[in-house]
Design a protein around this ligand. Structure first.
Ligand SMILES: NC(=O)c1ccc[n+]([C@@H]2O[C@H](COP(=O)([O-])OP(=O)(O)OC[C@H]3O[C@@H](n4cnc5c(N)ncnc54)[C@H](O)[C@@H]3O)[C@@H](O)[C@H]2O)c1
Ligand SMILES: [Zn+2]
Ligand SMILES: [Zn+2]
Length: 379
């Protein structure tokens, strides 16, 4: 089959690789109809997270079931499915508690998390390819209505829509709350959309990329450009001087200032400033225990020096981590089907697999207009 293969930093290629096969009785093989490029794919792409050369990329996958092992009985050949980016066994301590992001059995290294085509998440190939092997298929796959309807919305169910929603859940966004989201990439936009769905009275989103901030307005969200203003001032003024109830971090460890200089603590500091006392902050942007390329010596060892003193002093609650996709994907699917959620509004490009190398390059450079790239392997 054809697949997008990681060759090394800033180098991906479309190559022929062996088709995946059923390796375990609980496996399924999916024929991929859509696989997205994610901001998280840029971490290995930029050499900022170690990935084996030869790995097939892609953790945001959906398609049609092509084959199932003898142990699979809930999922049938021909079902249209969404594949959560977390791979989970369904029976370990963390999976049974709903924390499918921290499965204790799926990653052979023993690290409590597994996923497709991603650094340190196990040997599983990704779905930027014609086919994908899915372990524990009965547990992991979410069924979708047959056909092609809502394809561009459903494709957000494998990662970024649940991840954005998880940010809102960690920040416990409730009706009437005011919310500040940092980062207007796909995850931040989905967090803002989720906060609106949960009944926030006003949502602000902060970034410096005008094309992304413009998209935020489609979701009824107030855009704040940190290149021309101090977001704390703007948001505090707009909330009668109090600041917001909830903050959502959707930037991660490569947070930078308007000149592009990285400051890994910058966004956490800004959120602690703008969230009012007894408020909540949900962090879904990724931070790493090791990052040899980090801007500060501390951050190279995962030590992010933000204002924890004020977090304590203001009684702000913090939540963070990888999203357990299965906790939300069924409910978010039904919001899409019934017309209450429109995650597809952020799609900027629909391309064939062959166009992936150029897409990685443009998306990585944040070229104007490259917000969310969908690859259609059958195109
Ligand atoms: N927790 C999870 O399960 C999970 C899942 C998917 C993605 N993620 C992470 O979420 C983060 C966002 O993902 P994405 O796909 O939207 O990435 P992205 O890189 O497309 O978007 C990040 C945005 O942050 C903006 N930004 C940078 N510095 C900023 C600052 N100081 N203030 C405000 N905005 C700033 C950038 O301009 C960019 O638009 C990444 O760290 C990604 O790895 C986490
Ligand atoms: Zn992703
Ligand atoms: Zn498990």
């Amino acid at each position: 089959m054809k697949a997008v293969v990681f060759k090394g930093p800033f180098d991906v290629a479309v190559e022929n690789v062996p088709d995946p096969t059923l390796e375990q009785p609980n496996d399924a093989i999916i024929r991929i109809t859509t696989s997205n490029i994610c901001g998280s794919d840029l971490h290995p792409y930029e050499g900022r997270a170690p990935l084996d050369h030869g790995m097939v990329l892609g953790h945001e996958n959906m398609g049609v079931v092509e084959d199932v092992g003898p142990g699979v009985d809930r999922i049938d050949v021909g079902d249209r499915v969404s594949v959560p980016f977390n791979i989970s066994c369904g029976t370990c301590r963390n999976c049974t508690a709903g924390w499918t992001n921290a499965c204790l059995r799926a990653n052979p290294t023993g690290r409590p998390t597994a996923g497709y085509g991603y650094p340190m998440m196990g040997p599983y190939w990704g779905g930027q390819a014609e086919y994908l092997r899915v372990p524990w298929a009965d547990f992991n796959l979410l069924k979708l209505p047959a056909g092609r309807e809502h394809e561009n919305a459903f494709t957000m169910l494998s990662d970024i829509f649940p991840t954005g929603y998880h940010g809102a859940e960690l920040a416990r966004v409730a009706p009437g709350d005011t919310v500040a989201v940092y980062g207007a990439g796909p995850v931040g936009l989905m967090a803002a959309h989720s906060a609106m769905i949960r009944g926030a009275s006003q949502v602000f989103i902060v970034d410096k990329e005008p094309d992304r901030l413009e998209l935020a307005e489609r979701y009824g969200v107030t855009a704040v450009n940190f290149a021309d203003t101090d977001p704390t001032e703007v948001i505090t003024d707009a909330t009668d001087g109090t600041g917001v109830d909830c903050g959502i971090e959707a930037v991660g460890y490569q947070a930078h200032d308007a000149t592009g200089q990285e400051h890994p603590e910058l966004v956490m500091d800004k959120l602690v400033e703008v969230v009012q006392s007894t408020g909540r902050i949900g962090v879904v942007g990724v931070y790493l225990p090791q990052d040899p390329g980090a801007a500060t010596e501390g951050a190279q060892q995962g030590r992010i020096g933000f204002d924890y003193g004020s977090v304590f002093d203001k009684n702000i609650q913090l939540g963070h981590g990888q999203c357990p996709v299965k906790r939300y994907n069924r409910q978010l699917r039904d919001l899409i089907i019934r017309g209450r959620a429109q995650p597809e509004l952020i799609v900027s490009h629909e391309l064939s697999l062959d166009e992936a190398p150029q897409a990685y390059d443009q998306f990585d450079k944040r070229v104007d207009g490259w917000t969310k790239v969908l690859l259609h392997p059958a195109a």
